[in-house]
Design a protein around this ligand. Sequence first.
Ligand code: UD1
Length: 425
Amino acid sequence: MKQFYTIQGGRRLEGTVTISGAKNAAVAIIPAAILAGECCILENLPHIADVQRLKTILEKLGAKVDYTRGDCLTIDPTAIKTTDATFDEVGDMRASSYLLGAMLGSYGEVELALPGGCVIGQRPIDQHIKGMRALGAKVYMDESRNVVRAQATRLKGAEIFFDIVSVGATINLMLAACKAEGQTVLQNVAKEPHVVDVANFLNMMGASIKGAGTDVIRIIGRNKLHGCTYAVIPDQIETGTYMIAAAATRGDVIIKNVIPTHMEAVSAKLMESGARVIEGDDGREFYLRVTMNERPRSVNLKTMVYPGFPTDLQQPMMAYLCCAQGTSIIQENIFENRFNHVKELRRMGASVSVSKRIAKVKGVEALRGAEIAATDLRAGAALIVAGLSAHGTTTVRNIEYVDRGYEHLEHKFNALGGYIERGSK
Ligand code: UD1
């Protein structure tokens, strides 16, 4: 049965919401736990479909994976009995590419179903493969089976300069190199918060990784790592989604369990549009308060690697700017095809034209409810932001995309005074 959301729009969001653990960190840290060779306890994991799917993947490989508390997973990789990760769940999930580094680093071999392209773009893994080869792995692509096979007696540290800045390749190479022989230097790396989080987790397991969060990461390989307990950082993209939704509904929302420095690019654009964004510390944790009382002003933005404006928030931000005064220019620099949400926003009365990687968003007075469908995870988030701010009722189909990455979304928005109901047919 297909599930959908019914949203009654036009309600001002007010109150407090607590952010969950970061999806993009979790989906890297779960496979990374294999490298410990012992039991790891992961805390603050979000309850989302992608985490559930990775749990299934690890179990199919032989690991013992159990929820010990609501947000806490114990992973014991000692019973992993196969390096054959060619089953369906692997190919269906982009982040399973982290098994390449984790299994190659742990067992010296892996056979992996290739993550396919997706609606936001081709998303090749050439930089991951280039890096693994530089560490001495033999990597074969079996295109007829859509499988990649990698093998190395012992990986050897190397200097790797990435051709492009890639979050996935940076993390995958950290995973592979932390048990390689000698030093690895990764240059032109991604600096996203979850890159740093994965490095912190690996260091907690006994790895030696320095420089995560800068352009150069240095890794000294260790023969053996060990188990640990680690809490995943709060989700930067979920935080941004609630910040944008607060502004889009002309609301007043306190967002807790956040790292404000991760949000600076988003806060800056929201403030430029006329919203008030205040950072605070209540003595126990940081929070952000977003208040908006008027129609937003248009702003221009370009998606960039961190610390620039994140591509994952381009879509929700566009939904917000659909009702701005004036025309906003949005340039998508990371993915070649991340404007699939535009035709859905147009159904709601938005005036957006797209030419290659540039969208021109001519603000309208208000959006109106419509029947629309998500085409990917963050497109889904954008349509929910649009639905919450629109006049009337919006139905968002294909919400399985949203379930991949947002924990308890309707409960969190409803607690803020929104109206989102899950249905199925
Ligand atoms: C990660 C995030 C995703 C976010 C993206 C960019 C996770 C699980 N997902 O995806 O939410 O939108 O970063 O911030 O963390 N590329 C290549 N060759 C490669 C690798 C990447 O050409 O080998 C290209 C991609 O097609 C894309 C760009 O580089 O155009 C950036 O991709 P990358 O940073 O690798 O994104 P992901 O790790 O897939």
